[in-house]
Write a protein that binds this ligand. Structure first.
Ligand SMILES: [Zn+2]
Length: 260
């Protein structure tokens, strides 16, 4: 079983949400998630990004601001980029789950989205500029097309297939990682050991007492041993360096935590 490191402080007992997404990526079926990750980053950063089929030759004329032949898929959030890729017929996406940090031991909210890429694609980045003349036309008429543009880059090819896209954040979202999957990843993350972050085991190395708690209560019940239950909120001797608390049973040892 994979155990992620627990972080302990006065009012928190958490695992880093980012670590759980990394765990998902480390357990991917194939390495192609890196390609979709790069393409999504490309679309998040580019001023304008157009989707093309692999090896398709595109020229400046394809990106004329006054007669665009392609739609821009660049946006500020992954969900919006995926919506635009879906509108272009390249992908479909569904939210596997969205959790806030208050529901679990997670340090932050997290979102996992299953994405199916129906046919391979790449992205081409374009930047538009206004010349002085175009700028004065815009001032005079209230609207003008940019008259200068350049192709700024091209992403690697994203292969067709299934992907799991992992983001963190309660109120915003940050792309952390993408896992390439060999088939529809329905339910896969829930079987991933250590990913759930909903149970916490506590143990004292001095007296051997062990307890178990669940994210919704933080109330530790004895785990197959003869000792009293306790609440994390009442814990004494919290040490944020070693991520331990004083043992409520023997009062001598230190209690460490494992979240899974
Ligand atoms: Zn103890």
């Amino acid at each position: 079983m994979t155990i992620l490191e627990a972080s302990v402080s006065r009012f928190s007992l958490t695992v880093d949400a980012r670590d759980t997404i990394t765990l998902m990526v480390d357990n991917a079926d194939n390495p192609w998630g890196r390609r979709l990750h790069d393409a999504l980053d490309f679309a998040l950063c580019a001023e304008s990004a157009c989707v093309v089929t692999p090896y398709e030759r595109v020229g400046m004329e394809d990106f004329r601001p006054d007669a665009p032949t392609r739609h821009d898929v660049a946006d500020r959030f992954v969900a919006d980029v995926l919506d635009k890729l879906q509108a272009e017929g390249y992908t479909t996406a569904r939210t596997v789950f969205h959790e806030t940090s208050s529901e679990t031991y997670l340090s932050d909210g997290r979102t996992v989205t299953a994405v199916q890429v129906h046919r391979p694609f790449a992205l081409v980045g374009v930047e538009y500029q206004f010349s002085r003349e175009a700028h004065s036309r815009a001032v005079r008429y209230g609207h003008a097309y940019a008259d200068r543009w350049e192709i700024t880059g091209r992403s690697y090819i994203v292969p067709a297939g299934w992907y799991l896209v992992g983001e963190i954040g309660d109120y915003t979202s940050e792309l952390v990682g993408v896992a390439g999957m060999d088939g529809d990843p329905d339910g896969v993350v829930f079987e991933l050991e250590g990913f759930d972050a909903s149970e916490c085991a506590a143990g004292c190395q001095a007296c051997g007492a062990r307890w178990l708690a669940y994210a919704d209560s933080w109330h530790f019940e004895p785990d197959d041993c003869d000792t009293a239950p306790w609440d994390f909120d009442d814990a004494d001797g919290i040490d944020e360096t070693t991520n331990t608390v004083a043992c409520p049973a023997c009062r001598i040892g230190r209690v460490g935590f494992m979240i899974f």
